[in-house]
Design a protein around this ligand. Structure first.
Ligand code: MRU
Length: 349
């Protein structure tokens, strides 16, 4: 199942705001609308919004009325700014738009070159997820009870998934895993999206309230904690869906390994530590309402950070498409980033 694709001059996306109750596809032919779709979480998950950024740049090139090459590049710089501002934490977005802009600057026929590269980026995401899945499956014990946070599956990527890709790969290799699915308040990506994906795949799971995680760990019912990442700092600090930090601390306290799974495009060597990662703050309405039903007093003050940062000392390993990084992360992440960049250059036509 692809989450995002290009069809006849438009970007198509599965609308994740209404899953699992409704399965609908939306289409966009304006990059501003793609930026709004990213902000509103019609599409979400770090690699998926990277792909959306790529196709947004392709739309911008298609929409441009520039009469010169320089004007066209100016239009793309402007589009990159609009798209990058849509969500600040996942670095995959700016990584993708930078890759497209760089390519445009070297191309003669900019609209077709940018579209071809956006499509290549989306296809590569699927292949990268499969490699991460294979690398990560090797660290999942036989028959493990896996605790998973947020949604990191096909829906959070172009297809297959990051942390959920590891679960999927382990299952496909015959490992009889079972997943504890965190509901993931406030947006319920676990309850709405991960539960749906795992049930579709026939992978054994139970949905749990976020607050049940500590109880399960103390009771010996969790063998490994696995989540994704929206940005990994050079020292291995991991920004991911709010609540990930709490799980990692509890895992360490209970002697349970905790892995983050992320493609090299999520590693930001310009962020020295987690302190350099911007944390998105979202609409209070997400906390005060569930499924449109108000659950808190009118006008209650709300603070709604969408992500948190897990300091690297709580992370056992970071699974990437180039292998599993272990401490010291500064060294292992740099090697992975270099290997991934060399691979992208190699496969270019
Ligand atoms: O706010 P979301 O739903 O976009 O957050 C998604 C996550 O936190 C994922 O864990 C992350 O993007 C990495 S996995 C694709």
């Amino acid at each position: 199942m692809r989450t995002i694709w290009w069809d006849g001059g438009q970007v198509m996306m599965i609308n994740q705001r209404i899953l699992p109750l409704e399965h609908a596809v939306v289409s966009y032919n304006d990059y501003h609308a793609v930026a709004t779709a990213i902000t509103d979480m019609v599409i979400r998950g770090a690699p998926a919004i990277g792909a959306a950024g790529g196709f947004g740049m392709a739309l911008a090139a298609q929409q441009s009325t520039a009469t010169s090459r320089d004007e066209m590049l100016d239009d793309l710089v402007q589009a990159k700014q609009v798209l990058d501002a849509a969500r600040p934490t996942a670095v995959n977005l700016a990584w993708a738009t930078s890759r497209l802009l760089e390519l445009a600057a070297k191309s003669d026929d900019i609209p077709s070159a940018v579209l071809a590269e956006a499509q290549r980026l989306a296809d590569q995401d699927v292949e990268i997820n499969r490699r991460m899945g294979a690398n990560g499956a090797a660290v999942v014990p036989h028959g493990a009870n896996i605790l998973h946070h947020c949604n990191t599956g096909s829906l959070a990527t172009v297809d297959y998934g990051t942390a959920l890709g590891v679960v999927r790969a382990a299952w496909e290799q015959g490992n009889p895993v079972h997943v504890w699915v965190d509901e993931t308040r406030p947006q319920l990506q676990g309850a709405r999206l991960t539960a749906w994906e795992l049930m579709e795949a026939g992978i054994p799971m139970h949905l749990i309230a976020d607050n049940a995680a500590g109880y399960l760990m103390l009771a010996g019912k969790v063998d490994v904690v696995i989540f994704g990442a929206d940005r990994v700092a050079a020292n291995g600090d991991v920004a991911n869906k709010v609540g990930s930090y709490k799980l990692a601390v509890l895992a360490k306290e209970n002697g349970i390994p905790c892995y983050s799974v992320a493609p090299a495009s999520t590693i930001d060597l310009n962020a020295a530590t987690g302190d350099d990662i911007p944390i998105e703050e979202r609409d209070p309405h997400e906390v005060t309402h569930i499924g449109g039903v108000q659950i808190a007093p009118d006008d209650v003050p709300v603070y709604n950070p969408a992500f948190d940062v897990t300091p690297h000392r709580y992370i056992t390993g970071i699974v990437t498409e180039e292998g599993v990084c272990y401490p010291p992360f500064t060294e292992s992440l740099r090697c992975v980033k270099e290997a991934a960049e060399a691979r992208i250059k190699e496969v270019k036509p």
